[in-house]
Design a protein around this ligand. Structure first.
Ligand SMILES: NC(=O)C1=CN([C@@H]2O[C@H](COP(=O)(O)OP(=O)(O)OC[C@H]3O[C@@H](n4cnc5c(N)ncnc54)[C@H](OP(=O)(O)O)[C@@H]3O)[C@@H](O)[C@H]2O)C=CC1
Ligand SMILES: O=C(CO)COP(=O)(O)O
Length: 331
């Protein structure tokens, strides 16, 4: 198939390699000429994925929007979530009318509290059966190294989910399918907020009990919010839920974990942003989660405490104290 990936960041590029390894013709679109030239002329993305010395031969790049998508059967969006709406507006009318659009993004839009399925579909005026989300424990560097991994493809039309899953299946990358798009979106976005908190606790020197407490209470929070938004609770126990929490909350390869860890070590939000190796989606998503919780009537103590860390600079100890009320409750 002809597949175009919009955004040649770390995950966009690593996923482009998966698609190329699966036998597709892959075109990366990037806005930076240095990245376009690197991939097109040298099969290397030295800016965002320097660990891969040579990207596959059936992977090229362009900075021209119309050219990038003109023959695409699948268009994959891998742009920092807060900029997806504005970046996609320039592709409206350019994407073939039968192409499936796939989002790799894990974030909630600040200001609107919308998930990426909502943002992408609104920006491109796309029907539900042509939108798919991909989410799972997928740390880009490990997948770029071709380490075995799995993910979940969600689409309202299960045949289209299967089509996308087939297009990204290799001997090291396995894709499952679901129709629970909302569940995938909620898992992927909210686990980043949990990873910030776990990272912060680790950075502050706390051990396994504290990390397990945050992960488990975080899972309960994101499951409750997801269910209220219309997700299937089963999704939260799968790869995109528990699976991604384990990967993201346990690895310094995660930008969200590392961002939190730097806060726990005493860096300010500005300093942690400066040293972040790519976008830490949990940072802008935290306030959006609190707003979504208010909208849906679901308590979000973890996101609320993290939001106070990010805006008021409360300490790790204070953040953790805010996770629980003073009364004795059932778990
Ligand atoms: N890295 C990972 O392991 C995984 C990441 N994800 C998700 O995938 C998404 C992308 O992540 P990743 O590739 O790692 O992030 P990076 O920080 O490596 O890259 C972000 C990408 O967004 C692009 N971008 C930012 N602003 C704009 C804009 N205004 N217009 C167009 N493009 C823009 C950047 O372009 P430029 O280079 O020009 O700035 C870059 O291509 C995120 O939502 C992330 O949560 C999901 C699973 C795994
Ligand atoms: O989503 C991810 C792994 O599944 C990547 O996490 P980070 O965005 O925190 O690096």
């Amino acid at each position: 198939m002809n597949i175009t990936v919009l955004g040649a960041g770390a995950w966009g590029t690593a996923f482009g390699q998966v698609l190329a390894d699966a036998g597709n013709n892959v075109t990366m679109w990037a806005r930076e000429p240095e990245i376009v030239e690197g991939i097109r002329d040298h099969h290397h993305n030295g800016v965002r994925l320097p660990s891969v010395e040579k990207l596959p031969d059936n992977m090229t790049a362009t900075g021209d929007r119309a050219e990038s998508v003109k023959d695409a059967e699948i268009v994959v969006v891998a742009i920092a979530a807060q900029f997806a709406r504005v970046a996609l507006a320039d592709f409206k009318g350019l994407i073939p009318s039968d192409a499936i659009v796939v989002s790799l993004m894990k974030g909630i839009e600040r200001g609107t509290s919308k998930r990426m399925d909502e943002v992408v579909r609104e920006a491109l005026d796309l029907p539900a059966d042509r939108f798919a989300a991909i989410s799972g424990p997928n740390l880009s560097k490990e997948i770029a190294d071709r380490q075995p991994a799995a993910t979940v493809v969600g689409c309202a039309n299960i045949d289209n989910a299967r089509k996308v899953a087939a297009a990204c299946t290799t001997d090291y990358f396995k894709a499952f399918v679901t129709t629970d798009v909302i569940g995938l979106e909620m898992c992927g976005s909210l686990k980043n907020v949990v990873a910030l908190a776990v990272g912060m606790a680790r950075g502050a020197g706390y051990g396994e009990n504290t990390a397990a407490m945050i992960e488990t209470r975080g899972l309960a929070e994101l499951t409750a919010l997801g269910q209220a938004a219309g997700a299937d609770p089963k999704t939260f126990a799968g790869l995109a839920g528990v699976g991604d929490l384990i990967a993201t909350c346990g690895s310094p390869l995660s930008r969200n974990y590392t961002f939190g860890s730097n806060l726990g070590k005493g860096l300010s939000v500005e300093e942690a942003t400066r040293v972040s190796n790519g976008v830490a989606e949990g940072v802008p998503t935290t306030d959006a989660v609190v707003a979504l919780g208010d909208e849906l009537g679901v308590p979000t103590p973890l996101a609320f405490a993290m939001s106070r860390v990010l805006s008021e600079g409360i300490s790790c100890q204070q953040m953790l104290a805010e996770l629980f009320g003073s009364e004795i409750t059932e778990e």
